[in-house]
Design a protein around this ligand. Structure first.
Ligand code: PXG
Length: 290
């Protein structure tokens, strides 16, 4: 496996980060998780735009242009001869001294990993996934904005741990006021009386690229979409619930906190959206091998 490290391709064993890197010492950095399907990178521009916006919010200057970054992402897939890949792009503040002052880090450090993707077991797309609501709250926008895809995922990891403890694979996170924010690495949707709901990003959710795709797909199917805050109670009584993300795509949720959601089976709108999403990922994207 070859890793792109500050623009140079090196074998995995040589792809190492300094113990003085502020990404490691303080979580001072940003990342993206991108996928390629059959040799096409899905939503490359959107992911790179979000990476640069996340970095800008932290006044972290990425040492290469967006165009160069995109070319290196494409090359990372190509050099590893991958068709269906999971691509992780990480930019850190870079090596500095022991002290959190970012001005002591002269140059940001970045790397790109193109690997094969580990997916949720296929049975969950057919049967639906059970989840819990974790007691760990999502970061608040007035502290660290959840719109910044930063290297600070500890709240989410604590949520994931709680999910593990309850024997499920994902957890819904609420915000400080108790409104549904998102899951630990996915956005959330529900269907109620035929209307599709997702929390607005100000509630405390990442501006998900799959989320945006689902909103667009629903509009194309003449389904009304409302971005308004809602609570756990709304989820419990919803007709359908699903989560969205680059890794998960569209995953039906059929059980929350051991309560059956809807009929207890993936709902018709969830299934229709998943089908459409699959079609689009099969046909759209930036060609790697053209
Ligand atoms: N919320 C959070 C907190 C996320 O981290 C999403 C929502 C979904 O966003 P996208 O743009 O992917 O639809 C994410 C995405 C990983 C991994 O390896 C994490 C994400 C995506 C891909 C891989 O942990 N997070």
């Amino acid at each position: 496996m070859l890793i792109c490290l500050n623009g140079k391709f090196v074998p995995k064993e040589k792809a190492v980060v300094s113990v003085f890197d502020h990404g490691l010492l303080y979580g001072d950095g940003v990342f993206e998780g991108i996928r390629s399907y059959n040799g096409r990178i899905f939503k490359l521009d959107e992911h790179v735009d979000r990476l640069y916006d996340s970095a800008k919010a932290l006044t972290l200057s990425i040492p290469v242009s967006k165009e160069k970054m995109k070319a290196e992402i494409i090359l990372s897939v190509k050099k590893n001869k991958l068709k269906d890949a999971y691509i992780r792009v990480v930019v850190t503040r870079g090596p500095g001294d022991l002290g959190l002052n970012p001005t002591k880090c002269p140059k940001a450090f970045y790397f790109i990993i193109a690997a094969s993707i580990s997916l949720y077991p296929a049975k969950f797309y057919k049967q639906g996934l059970p989840v819990i609501i974790t007691s760990t709250r999502r970061n608040t926008p007035d502290a660290l904005s959840p719109r910044v895809k930063s290297l600070n995922y500890l709240n989410n990891i604590l949520g994931k741990l709680e999910a593990n403890n309850y024997g499920v694979l994902e957890a819904v996170m609420l915000n400080r006021e108790g409104y549904v924010a998102e899951c630990t690495a996915d956005n959330i949707f529900m269907v109620s009386k035929g209307v599709l709901y997702t929390p607005p990003t100000y509630v405390g959710a990442l501006d998900g690229i799959t989320r945006a795709m689902v909103v667009e797909l629903a509009a194309g199917m003449s389904i009304k979409v409302k971005e308004v805050p809602f609570t756990a109670c709304d989820l419990y009584v919803a007709e359908e619930v699903f989560l969205t993300g680059t890794a998960a795509e569209i995953m039906p949720i059929i059980n929350i906190d051991a309560r059956k959601i809807g009929t207890g089976k993936p709902g018709p709108l969830t299934v229709a959206l998943l089908e459409k999403y699959k079609q689009i990922t099969r046909t759209e994207g930036t060609e790697v091998y053209s």
